[in-house]
Write a protein that binds this ligand. Structure first.
Ligand SMILES: Cc1cc2nc3c(=O)[nH]c(=O)nc-3n(C[C@H](O)[C@H](O)[C@H](O)COP(=O)(O)OP(=O)(O)OC[C@H]3O[C@@H](n4cnc5c(N)ncnc54)[C@H](O)[C@@H]3O)c2cc1C
Length: 443
């Protein structure tokens, strides 16, 4: 006999949490299911643990910049202590989340969920029936189809390393590779990134060019080649990339993630897929089963970012509770690259704005001489802002340098709410802060 629920979420990450708490607050009987500790990727295996570790990198980078400018002594990263510091945040997360569900009367299930019918989900030998279900299973590393693929380590395991290997190779050159490469190199590892073509393709190419000296300074080698396979050797692993053979003790898969929907028995649930992705309406509802919705990385409707997962979940709940026909709005969503220094973007790339036929001017420049960079003895500081002709609205903003990851939020706000370059110019920001440069960045 199935246990009956108004709402069942598969997954306990950001999307599931936001949706389940809102549904529970609305008086609905809810269940949440996960086969891993509760909390999801961001809190346990992604943004938060990563940023806990980036804190050490920031401290070390600040020390190096200021050495001889009033700071002396020697400083280094102790990887074991850093792991312990990270775990002081991550370890309590599952228990805290379970307690919060309990307080709201949400039923918690542990195990891999799969559909057992169009209104039924099975977890182990238990069955739950639902009025509505949410697929919030997140993403998993993209299968590469190369020889020796099982030898690759994933980002989850990288963030759990008890000791840092001497030589690390990253397969793929997206944001996870860049962030981990900076962290590992600064902690003392010899790092190689293998990526065919440019790295960090999702970021503005000029911004990335300005950032590249930071990779050189850390001795990170970037190999422009396609990885054909990985083999085991006496000393570790060898990555075969074009005509290069790159040795490493650890090879990390950083070549993209895809929705984790393969084990859900979607057919039993009548949930259609299209080209490996869930077939969804604009309201994030399954096109084939109106009782089922998806959100976050599993939906792959917007960029794979935590604020997007949260936003999707709110849209789904509104659509279930109010039948509002609400669609997600990803306009101006910022994203940051937590290298040291950071890079960030919000809104359109210059190439996207040109393809869209928009009429705009570009305010851009590299200016390590500005006060915000000078006071930190930082060599990398640059911006590119796209401003629409006529309306003077901000179409896109691309930053690199100290505090780029915070300053981008000013531009994200402006883009999302249609503010103009003049609105930014006429705003008084606290001085001297990174945000006080925003006015200069819009021309
Ligand atoms: C290394 C890394 C760094 C990142 N850094 C950032 C960042 O700095 N900023 C940012 O905005 N985003 C970042 N992200 C992306 C961000 O973490 C995700 O976009 C976000 O966590 C997705 O949330 P979600 O709720 O969609 O899925 P998740 O949080 O991934 O939750 C999915 C849950 O579903 C569970 N699950 C899967 N299948 C089943 C099943 N069959 N049965 C039961 N449970 C199941 C999983 O165990 C998991 O707990 C990062 C991701 C990674 C991997």
């Amino acid at each position: 006999m199935a246990e009956a629920f108004d709402f069942v979420a598969i997954g306990s990450g950001t999307a599931a949490q936001v949706a389940v708490h809102r549904m529970a607050d609305a008086g609905k009987r809810c269940a949440v299911i996960d086969y891993r500790p509760y909390g999801g990727t961001c809190a346990l295996r992604g943004c938060d643990p990563k940023k806990m570790m980036v804190s050490a990198e920031e401290a070390l980078a600040a020390y190096r910049r200021m050495k001889g400018k009033g700071i002396e002594g020697s400083v280094s990263i102790d990887w074991g202590d850093l792991q312990a510091f990270k775990r002081s945040f991550t370890d309590p997360v599952p228990e805290k989340q379970e307690a919060r569900y309990e307080r709201k009367g949400v039923a918690t299930f542990y195990g891999a969920a799969r559909f057992a019918g169009p209104d039924r989900i099975a977890v182990g030998d238990r069955e739950l029936s639902f009025s509505h279900a949410l697929i919030a299973t997140g993403a998993e590393p993209r299968p590469l189809g190369i020889e020796g693929e099982p030898l690759l380590t994933h980002s989850d395991a990288f963030l759990e390393l008890e000791t840092l290997p001497d030589r690390i190779v990253f397969v793929g050159g997206g944001y996870i590779a860049a962030e981990f490469a900076h962290l590992a190199a600064r902690a003392g590892a010899k790092v190689t990134i293998v990526q065919r073509g440019r790295i960090l393709k999702a970021f503005d190419p000029d911004t990335v060019d300005w950032l590249m000296p930071s990779f050189d300074d850390l001795g990170i080698e970037i190999v422009d080649a396609e990885v054909n396979g990985v083999t085991k050797t006496a000393g570790g692993l060898t990555v075969h990339a074009g005509d290069r053979m790159i040795e490493g003790e650890l090879v990390v898969h950083a070549a993209g993630r895809v929705p984790a929907i393969g084990s859900l028995d979607l057919e039993a649930g009548g949930v259609a897929i299209d080209d490996g992705r869930l077939a969804l309406t604009a309201q994030l509802r399954s096109q084939s089963n109106p009782k089922v919705f998806a959100a976050g990385d599993a939906a792959a409707n917007g960029p794979p970012l935590t604020p997007v997962s949260s936003h999707d979940a709110k849209v789904v709940v509104d659509n279930i509770l109010e039948g509002s026909g609400r669609t997600p709005n990803y306009h101006g969503v910022p994203s940051a690259l937590f290298t040291e220094p950071a890079a960030a973007r919000a809104g359109m790339l210059e190439s996207e704005a040109r393809e869209a036929g928009l009429d705009f001017t570009v305010s851009a420049g590299s200016h390590p001489g500005w006060f915000s960079a000078r006071r930190l003895n930082a060599q990398i500081y640059g911006h590119k802002v796209l401003i629409e002709v006529g309306t003077r609205r901000i179409l896109g903003a691309h930053l690199v340098g100290p505090a780029a990851d915070e300053l981008i939020n000013v531009f994200g706000l402006a883009i999302r709410h249609g503010l103009s370059a003049d609105d930014i110019k006429s705003t008084m920001f606290a001085y001297p802060t990174a945000a006080s440069d925003a006015g200069y960045m819009v021309g």
